[in-house]
Design a protein around this ligand. Structure first.
Ligand SMILES: Nc1nc2c(ncn2[C@@H]2O[C@H](COP(=O)(O)OP(=O)(O)OP(=O)(O)O)[C@@H](O)[C@H]2O)c(=O)[nH]1
Ligand SMILES: [Mg+2]
Length: 254
């Protein structure tokens, strides 16, 4: 943890522009207030990158973007589809405002939000190594992006004190088999999706959601998936594991 703090402080000091890469499915939980404060103190320009926007509906994205734009320039990107990368590149050049000079761009954020993938999408090459297992990027890596931009890739870490199971589940820091409260984490995922895009959940699991609470929805999904115990009771844990896997593997839209 201490070494991560040092890395992020060093990167903030060195870089001309910072990217705070957040997961567009849960931007508020993946914004790091400590990092934002350090960037503000260093008076460095920064861009909020809403990555994984292929997993978020257009309406949700627009709502999030207009909210976050009040804090910093916000760009949405899908590293998977390589969309939004030209806009991001232009935004970097614009806010760096360093005519003719090389621009050093630091990529910071929580684990698994796609810091390395964003760099690859912008450069069009697989220079920064990525993985679905979080904590993949270990040290700092410099990535040349051609035409004036150079990136610094960093490892992602959850700030001290925010290390609860729900965040670890949402971020895929721990997979379903390593979470203790699988049902609780799955209920949280259900609540998140229902708040933004209930229809996506209904069509993915072929269920109809009316007034049920998140636990009842979990049972509904279990029943629909035919996850049953003896006496036709729903196996909620099995349903929870499936929902967590679908979320972590990026199969569920928000
Ligand atoms: N659907 C989708 N998946 C993405 C996107 N960007 C990254 N991913 C996936 O998210 C996972 C993490 O991506 P990385 O680029 O390794 O994330 P990171 O932030 O560098 O992770 P650490 O280095 O471990 O902190 C990988 O499985 C990627 O394939 C995206 O835009 N859309
Ligand atoms: Mg990485």
């Amino acid at each position: 943890m201490a070494s991560y703090k040092k890395i992020s402080k060093d990167v903030i000091k060195k870089a001309d522009v910072l990217l705070e890469v957040v997961d567009a499915r849960f931007p508020d939980e993946t914004r790091n207030s400590e990092i934002e404060r350090d960037i503000a103190r260093a008076k460095k320009p920064f861009i909020i990158v809403l990555n994984k926007c292929d997993l978020v509906s257009k309406q949700t994205l627009e709502r999030t973007k207009s909210r976050l734009s009040k804090i910093a320039p916000t760009v949405f990107v899908s590293s998977k589809d390589r969309s939004g990368t030209t806009i991001l590149r232009h935004k970097i050049l614009e806010i760096a405002n360093m005519r003719g000079h090389e621009i050093l761009v630091g990529s910071l954020g929580y684990p698994n939000t796609g810091k390395s993938s964003v760099i690859n999408a912008v450069t069009g090459r697989h220079r920064a190594r990525t993985s679905s297992i979080s904590g993949y990027t270990k040290g700092v890596q410099l990535v040349n992006a051609g035409s004036r931009i150079k990136f610094i890739d960093t490892p992602g870490v959850i700030p001290f004190g925010e290390n609860d199971e729900y965040i670890q589940g949402l971020l895929a820091v721990k997979d379903a088999t390593h979470l203790q409260d699988t049902i609780g984490v799955a209920m949280m995922i259900i609540e998140k999706i229902c708040a933004e895009n209930k229809t996506a959940l209904e069509s993915f699991y072929h269920v109809t959601i009316e007034e049920q609470d998140s636990y009842e929805i979990l049972e509904l999904i279990g029943r629909q998936s035919n996850f049953l115990k003896k006496k036709a009771e729903v196996d909620e844990t099995r349903a929870a594991v499936k929902i967590i896997n679908d979320w972590q593997k990026g199969r569920l839209m928000v």
